[in-house]
Design a protein around this ligand. Structure first.
Ligand SMILES: [Zn+2]
Length: 130
């Protein structure tokens, strides 16, 4: 029987997600973008929703704004003790992604605040105040 804190529940189930995390841990935040030039699209897309062409990974600025956030009071990851804040970040390029707020103890974050990609370790993508 596995641990209650399964740190990699989707590992290798989606090679696109695995590659996004691998690049983020190397310091390069990426998004999915239409190979035919329609622009950035949602992280869940596997084809362009506008033209149906393939999507590819492209580096992004790492800048965005807090679309929403939630404070977690339960530990779901062995390397992420509660409490912690999960942000839904809207990147300047458009797509939204969930990330851990890297700034607990600082000023409280608000919806609309500017944030910036601050790194990724152990499959956890982090953003801090810009
Ligand atoms: Zn397209």
């Amino acid at each position: 029987m596995g641990s209650r804190l399964d740190d990699t529940p989707t590992k290798d189930l989606d090679p696109v997600v695995s590659e996004i995390l691998r690049r983020a841990e190397a310091g390069e935040l990426c998004c999915l973008s239409c190979a035919a030039g329609c622009g950035a699209t949602d992280y869940a897309a596997r084809i362009c929703p506008s033209c149906g062409n393939p999507v590819e990974l492209r580096p992004v600025s790492g800048r965005g704004r807090i679309h929403s956030y939630s404070v977690f009071h339960t530990q779901y990851h062995s390397k992420l003790p509660a409490p912690y804040t999960v942000l839904l970040v809207e990147l300047d390029e458009g797509p939204r992604l969930a990330a851990v707020f890297d700034g607990e103890g600082g000023p409280p974050q608000k919806v609309g605040d500017a944030v910036v990609f601050s790194g990724a370790v152990n499959g956890i993508v982090r953003f801090s105040m810009a």
